[in-house]
Design a protein around this ligand. Structure first.
Ligand code: SAM
Length: 287
């Protein structure tokens, strides 16, 4: 049976329909699932954490390839379906919760103590909270190897752009600070049931052993990046002044001292440039 019919049958059997508010667009394209599995490079000793397993289409393939799969699903209606479907698998575990509330560091630590060698995140993410989920996975400094996820194409283009590129935003800098990003494939909206309005892409973020640039105060670095992007198209001088980082005179002085044009815009700067600015203020504040 093809995935379209299989998905329709499961929904009918359990008398449910997709919940748009939870970003439920179920994958029905076998080839895309194969691409996700291939890109994830799953080994028998791996723990895979799947966010939002839904009806379990991707989960099935993950279970066949990984040592263990832990799924985190918010929708209680999916829990019965998933437990019915995977009750014979002894490497399957399910957490019925909001992924943003789960203590992933603790979960991973426990699994590593029990012999898991490496951890990978794989998911067809619910689009309404893509950014908070990715930021959580990065900022919590999880002991994970990679994150392979389906996201909206437009978001993917921002995530995998180079900092300072035409699609880049504040999150592009965070992605490049913590990971090495790559696009795996573009996925047409017809690969989902129901079909969303926009197309999607699968991306892979390979988590770096240490951040790509050295900076004295990470929090300050991301504060400055966020301030610069909150007021896109403003000069960096105005954005940082309006954001009350320092007085206009001090910010002008900083730009001159570091060799930047006084009209430079934040979105033109590289991660290294922002690191230089953050380090300048740290030095100033600790003088
Ligand atoms: N993995 C399935 C597939 O590919 O067919 C479903 C993917 S669907 C795009 C996103 C899934 O994330 C849904 O099952 C939805 O219920 C779940 N979800 C939505 N918000 C969530 C949250 N905060 N925490 C965990 N799961 C969530």
């Amino acid at each position: 049976m093809n995935l379209y019919n299989e998905t329709k049958n499961i929904l009918k059997k359990y008398n449910i329909s997709a919940n748009k508010k939870l970003g439920q667009n179920f994958l029905i394209n076998e080839e895309v699932i194969e691409e996700i599995i291939k890109a994830s490079n799953i080994k028998k000793e791996d723990l895979i954490i799947e966010i939002g397993p839904g009806l379990g289409t991707l989960t099935q393939k993950l279970l066949d390839n990984a040592g263990k799969v832990i799924c985190i699903e918010l929708d209680t209606r999916m829990i019965e379906i998933l437990n019915d479907r995977f009750k014979l698998y002894n490497n399957f575990e399910l957490i019925n919760d909001d992924v943003l509330k789960v203590d992933l560091n603790n979960l991973i630590k426990k699994e590593k103590n029990e012999g898991i060698v490496s951890v990978k995140i794989v998911a067809n993410l619910p689009y309404y909270i893509t950014t908070p989920i990715i930021m959580k996975l990065l900022e919590e400094r999880l002991d994970i190897e990679s994150i392979t996820v389906m996201v909206q194409k437009e978001v993917a283009d921002r995530l995998i752009d180079i900092p300072g590129g035409k699609n880049s935003g504040a999150i592009t800098y965070a992605i490049n600070y913590y990971t090495k990003p790559e696009k795996i494939i573009d996925v047409p909206n017809t690969s989902f049931l129901p079909s969303p309005e926009v197309n999607s892409s699968v991306i892979k973020l390979k988590v770096l052993d240490s951040p790509s640039v050295r900076v004295k105060n990470e929090e300050l670095l991301f504060k400055i990046i966020k301030l610069s992007f909150m007021q896109k198209r403003k000069t960096l001088l105005n954005a940082l002044t309006n954001g009350k980082l320092e007085s206009k005179v001090e910010i002008e002085k900083m730009l001159t001292n570091l060799g930047f044009d006084s009209n430079v815009r934040g979105e033109k700067l590289s991660l290294e440039d922002f690191a230089k600015i953050a380090d300048y203020w740290v030095k100033k504040l600790t003088k």
